[in-house]
Design a protein around this ligand. Structure first.
Ligand code: SF4
Length: 682
C-alpha cells in the first residue's frame, strides 16, 4: 500500500484562549508533530504541553462516527437523512405547540466563529428565538459586564504584548501558569529580564504566586473589598491620575462617595489582608508607569463576579491605566473561542458584534438579511433555560458541543431538567454525559478536521485550516447547522465557511473588514476591524466605547458570598485547571501524552487539615460532601492551600454535583467558587 504523503497545515490550538498558532504535520489521520513558528502572533515559537501533545483525542476509538437516534430507550445508528428529518419534524412540532419560547440553543465555545454565527442564526432565523447562549455564561460574562459598565467594550483592552510590556502585572484570581501557560511564560520573562513587577492576589499559593514580587491572600469572596480599599487609599493620598480622570472619565463624585465604607480597617477585618500590605499594594499600583490587570474565574465565578470585575476596572481608571501601551484590563478567556462565540452572537441579548436585540434598527437589519421576523426582547440565558425547562415552557434544545449536564452549577437540578425535555439534539465529538439525555446525537468534526476562524483572548481573529478529513460520517458544525436549517425549509446555501464570515462581516461593524483573504497563513486581525482592514491592537487610545467617548466610574457595594464555611461544612472548596487538562477532560484525558502525566483527579488539603480529618495521607480516598451532594476522590497533601481551604481540579470529576444554583445577579454566572464542604474517609 502507498503511504499517505506528509502535510503541513497551519492551525490554531483548540484548548485555551491564548490562541497559539502553529503548523501541524500530519500523515493521513496521524498527527506527527506540532511545530510553532516565529510568525505566531500570540505565541511565536512557544506552546504549552496541551498544544504539543493534546491531539490523540482526534483519533480516539470512541469518536462518534455516525448519527444516533434513541429508540425504545436505546441508541441506534442512523443515516444523516433520517436523523435530520427527525430533528426537523420534532422541532416543527414544538414550534407549533409552544412557539419560539419552547426551543433553546446552546453554542460551543470550542467551535469556530462560523459555527457560532450559524448556531445563533439557526436559533434566531429558524427557531425565531433569542434563547441562545454559550459557556461564557459559566466563566467570563461577569468580566465582560464589568468592562461594559466602565469602558464600553467587553474584550481585553490591549494585546498579549501589552501584558508583557506592563511595568506591573496584577493577577487576581488567575492561576495563569496552569490555565494560560504561554501568557504566564511571557509575564515571567518580563519579570526576569525586564525587571517588571508581578503582584498576585489569590487564595492558593500556586507557582505564579511563588514567583510574585508581592503575593496577597484574601479571605474567599472578598476581592471587591480589598480592590475598593486600595482604590480609596490611592484617592485619599492624591495618587490618582488627575489629568486622565479630568479629560477621559465620568462619574467621579458618586464613585468617590461609594468608597466611603472601604477603609483600611474594614478591609483588613473582612479580607484578612493586613493594612500595611494594602498600603503597599496601593503604592505599587499608583507608582507603576503602566499596569495591566489579569483576572479569571477566581474573580468571576462569585455572586459578586460582575461587581468585582467592575472594581478592577475602576482601579485602572483611577490610576490612568487604559489606552497606553502596557496598560489595561485583561480578563483571560478560558476556551479557545469563548470570545468569538459571544462576538458572533451566541448570547441571549446581542446579535453578532454586540448589537442589542432590543434595538429596532439592528433587528430590522437582520430581519432584512435573513428574511424573517425577530423579537426585540431578550431570550433566556443558559442558566435561566434550566429553570424554564422545569417550569414547562422550554421543551426542546439543540446543544452544540457543550457538556451541559456537568458544567452548569447544581448538576442534579440540570440533569433532572434534561430528563424533562421533549426533544434534545446534541452535536458532539464523543458520547458525552449530556448525550445520555439526547434523542438525536450528531457526530461533529474536530478542529483539525475543518476550516474556520477563532478569536483569542486579545480579540485576535485567526484562521485554522483543515488538516484531515472528518472521521467516519462526522461533519463540521457549520455544515450540520446548515443541514438542520435546510431540513426545516431554510436553504442557506453555504459551501464553505468563508461565505459565512463574509455574511457576518457584512452585518457586523465590529468585523467589517474581516475576510479570509486577510487571514491567510499567520495573518490575523484584532477587532474592531474597519472595512479597509485596519485592526485595533490597543483599545481606548483616543475614546472609550461610549457615545461621549468617556469612561465611567461605577459605584459598588459589597455583598457577602453565599455558602460560606460553617461548623457543619467547615471547608471552603476552590477549583481550577491543571496544566495537563482542559476542563472536564473530554479531550485531554483521551490524549496519552497528557493523561499519563495526570491520570486522575484529587482534592488538595493541608497536612494540618488532613490530620484533623482522621490522619489522611496522599492517595487516601475521601468523600467530599456539600449541602447538595457528594463526590469521591483521592487526597493530595499540599502546601499551596491554607488550613480550612481545599482545592479540586476540574477534570474527570462531577464537581457540580456539589455547587449551588446561586449566581452573579447581573449575568447569572454561577457562583462556582462559593462552596462549603466537609470530608470523610471512605
Ligand atoms: Fe497555547 Fe493555550 Fe494551547 Fe497551551 S493550551 S498551546 S497556552 S493556546
Amino acid at each position: 500500500a502507498r503511504r499517505a504523503a506528509t502535510s503541513v497545515t497551519k492551525t490554531v490550538c483548540t484548548y485555551c484562549g491564548v490562541g497559539c498558532s502553529f503548523d501541524v504535520m500530519t500523515r493521513g489521520r496521524e498527527v506527527l508533530k506540532v511545530q510553532p513558528q516565529q510568525e505566531g502572533p500570540a505565541n511565536a515559537i512557544s506552546t504549552c504541553v496541551k498544544g504539543k501533545f493534546g491531539w490523540d483525542y482526534v483519533n480516539a476509538d470512541d469518536r462518534l462516527t455516525t448519527p444516533l437516534i434513541r429508540e425504545d430507550g436505546r441508541f441506534r445508528e442512523a443515516s444523516w437523512e433520517e436523523a435530520l428529518a427527525l430533528v426537523a419534524e420534532r422541532m416543527r412540532a414544538v414550534l407549533e405547540s409552544h412557539g419560539p419560547a419552547g426551543i433553546a440553543t446552546i453554542a460551543s465555545s470550542k467551535a469556530t466563529n462560523e459555527d457560532a454565527y450559524l448556531t445563533q442564526k439557526l436559533a434566531r432565523q429558524v427557531f425565531r428565538s433569542h434563547n441562545i447562549d454559550n459557556c461564557s455564561r459559566y466563566c467570563q460574562s461577569p468580566a465582560t459586564q464589568g468592562l461594559f459598565r466602565t469602558v464600553g467594550h467587553g474584550g481585553d483592552a490591549g494585546s498579549i504584548s501589552d501584558i508583557e510590556r506592563a511595568a506591573l502585572v496584577l493577577c487576581v484570581g488567575t492561576n495563569t501558569e496552569q490555565a494560560h501557560p504561554v501568557i504566564a511564560a511571557r509575564v515571567k520573562r518580563a519579570q526576569k529580564v525586564g525587571g517588571h513587577q508581578l503582584v498576585v492576589v489569590d487564595l492558593r499559593e500556586h507557582e505564579l504566586a511563588q514567583r510574585a514580587d508581592l503575593f496577597v491572600r484574601p479571605n474567599p469572596g472578598t476581592d471587591l473589598v480589598w480592590l475598593s480599599a486600595v482604590t480609596k487609599h490611592v484617592i485619599d493620598n492624591g495618587w490618582q491620575d488627575e489629568a486622565f480622570l479630568a479629560e477621559r472619565v465620568n462619574g467621579w463624585d458618586a464613585y468617590v462617595a461609594s468608597l466611603e465604607p472601604f477603609t483600611l480597617e474594614y478591609a483588613e477585618q473582612r479580607t484578612g489582608i493586613a493594612s500595611d500590605v494594602l498600603v503597599d499594594l496601593a503604592r505599587r499600583i499608583a507608582e507603576a508607569e503602566s499596569v495591566a490587570a489579569l483576572w479569571a474565574m477566581g474573580v468571576t465565578q462569585h455572586s459578586a463576579g460582575s461587581d468585582t470585575s467592575t472594581a478592577i476596572s475602576n482601579l485602572l481608571l483611577v490610576t490612568g491605566n487604559y489606552g497606553r501601551p502596557g496598560t489595561g484590563a485583561y480578563p483571560l478567556r478560558g476556551h479557545n473561542n469563548v470570545q468569538g462565540c459571544s462576538d458572533f452572537g451566541c448570547v441571549n441579548d446581542y446579535l453578532p458584534g454586540y448589537q442589542p436585540v432590543t434595538d429596532p434598527e439592528v433587528v430590522a437589519k437582520f430581519e432584512k438579511a435573513w428574511g424573517t421576523e425577530l423579537s426585540t426582547e431578550k431570550g433566556l440565558d443558559n442558566h435561566t433555560m434550566i429553570t424554564a425547562i422545569h417550569d414547562g415552557t422550554l421543551r426542546a434544545m439543540v446543544v452544540v458541543g457543550e457538556e451541559l449536564s456537568l458544567v452548569d452549577a447544581n448538576a442534579h437540578y440540570v440533569q433532572e431538567a434534561l430528563e424533562k425535555l421533549d426533544f434534545l439534539v446534541v452535536s458532539e465529538l464523543f458520547f458525552s454525559r449530556t448525550c445520555e439525555f439526547a434523542d438525536v446525537v450528531l457526530p461533529a468534526a474536530a478542529s483539525l478536521e475543518k476550516d474556520g476562524t477563532f478569536v483569542n483572548t486579545e480579540r485576535r481573529v485567526q484562521r485554522l485550516n483543515k488538516a484531515m478529513d472528518p472521521v467516519g460520517q462526522a461533519r463540521p458544525d457549520w455544515k450540520i447547522l446548515t443541514d438542520i436549517a435546510s431540513a426545516m425549509g431554510h436553504e442557506w446555501g453555504y459551501e464553505h465557511p468563508s461565505q459565512v464570515m463574509d455574511e457576518a462581516a457584512s452585518l457586523t461593524p465590529l468585523f467589517a473588514g474581516v475576510s479570509y483573504d486577510r487571514l491567510e497563513g499567520y495573518a490575523s486581525l484584532q477587532w474592531p476591524v474597519a472595512e479597509d482592514g485596519t485592526d485595533t491592537p490597543l483599545l481606548y487610545t483616543e475614546r472609550f466605547h461610549f457615545p461621549d467617548g468617556n469612561a465611567r466610574l461605577y459605584p459598588l457595594e459589597f455583598t457577602e458570598p453565599s455558602d460560606q464555611a460553617d461548623d457543619e461544612y467547615p471547608l471552603h472548596v476552590n477549583n481550577g485547571r491543571v496544566l495537563e487538562h482542559f476542563h472536564e477532560g473530554n479531550m485531554t484525558l483521551r490524549s496519552a501524552g497528557l493523561s499519563s502525566k495526570v491520570p486522575d483527579t484529587y482534592v488538595e488539603m493541608t497536612r494540618r487539615d488532613a490530620a484533623r480529618y482522621g490522619g489522611l495521607r496522599t492517595g487516601d480516598w475521601v468523600e467530599l460532601e456539600s449541602r447538595r451532594g457528594s463526590i469521591t476522590l483521592r487526597v493530595l497533601l499540599s502546601d499551596q492551600v491554607r488550613d480550612g481551604e481545599v482545592w479540586v481540579p476540574m477534570q474527570a470529576v462531577e464537581l457540580n454535583l456539589l455547587t449551588s444554583e446561586v449566581s452573579d445577579e447581573a449575568t447569572h454566572t454561577p457562583a462556582y467558587k462559593e462552596l462549603a464542604a466537609r470530608v470523610r474517609r471512605v
